[in-house]
Design a protein around this ligand. Structure first.
Ligand SMILES: NC(=O)c1ccc[n+]([C@@H]2O[C@H](COP(=O)([O-])OP(=O)(O)OC[C@H]3O[C@@H](n4cnc5c(N)ncnc54)[C@H](OP(=O)(O)O)[C@@H]3O)[C@@H](O)[C@H]2O)c1
Length: 197
């Protein structure tokens, strides 16, 4: 699959490494492509618009405060595609609506899926602990887009689980704040797993 990742920080770089290793074609999008090298990856870095146009799926790995502005800038490139929202706000949400709902309202033609926000960047390409895959929770309205993102989570080694429609992203953003709080005591290697029979 062709994947565009916007944002070359810890999350963007980790996802790029993991998916490139799994055989996907990945382009990272940066505000400053000429001077940015994504740490630890051999993935090429281009401008944000070029990376978004490249992807059949586009991942927004951006600061929460930048995501709606960047999505507006990339609106045409995001239309009709699965668009993955990885963003979190900490220590508090700044709005009653989740970041993913605000993103979906900003770019209504994009198929927004909340994912990859409930684990630390270090575990994104290394999600199996003692043989147990961490659960990757997803939330989105479009079932086909969720299926695509679930497949990409599986390719990294996660056990994907759709938590619900985009309104369930609120729970995932709370869960991420809980993860951050726990990680301050138990370390950044921790990850959630849902037990089911
Ligand atoms: N770090 C984690 O463990 C983790 C885990 C799960 C989720 N998250 C969430 O995922 C998102 C990305 O996390 P991250 O740790 O990768 O963030 P980060 O290291 O701060 O990187 C974000 C990237 O976004 C790009 N960017 C575009 N517009 C920007 C702007 N206006 N201001 C600053 N950067 C801008 C930058 O890349 P260019 O300079 O190349 O454009 C930057 O490297 C955040 O919302 C975070 O809360 C983080």
């Amino acid at each position: 699959m062709d994947i565009g990742i916007i944002g070359t920080g810890a999350v963007g770089s980790a996802l790029a490494s993991g998916w490139a290793a799994a055989g996907h074609d990945v382009v990272l999008g940066s505000r400053t492509p000429d001077s940015t090298a994504a740490d630890g990856t051999r993935v090429q870095v281009r401008g944000q618009r070029e990376a978004a146009a490249f992807g059949d799926v586009v991942v927004l790995a951006l600061p929460a405060g930048a995501v709606t502005d960047v999505a507006t800038y990339l609106e045409n490139e995001l239309a009709e595609k699965p668009v993955v929202d990885t963003t979190n706000e900490y220590p508090f949400a700044s709005d009653d609506r989740s970041l993913a709902v605000r993103l979906a309202e900003t770019v209504p033609q994009a198929r927004v899926v909340k994912a990859f926000n409930t684990v630390g960047a270090e575990r994104l390409a290394d999600p199996v602990v003692d043989g147990q895959p961490a659960t990757m929770f997803l939330a989105g309205d479009d079932l086909r887009a969720c299926d695509v993102v679930a497949g990409l989570a599986r390719d990294l080694g996660f056990d994907p689980l759709r938590a619900g429609d985009v309104d369930a992203a609120e729970h995932l953003e709370h869960l991420a704040r809980f993860w951050i709080s726990l990680s301050q005591t138990y370390g950044r290697d921790i990850a959630f797993r849902l037990l089911e029979e």
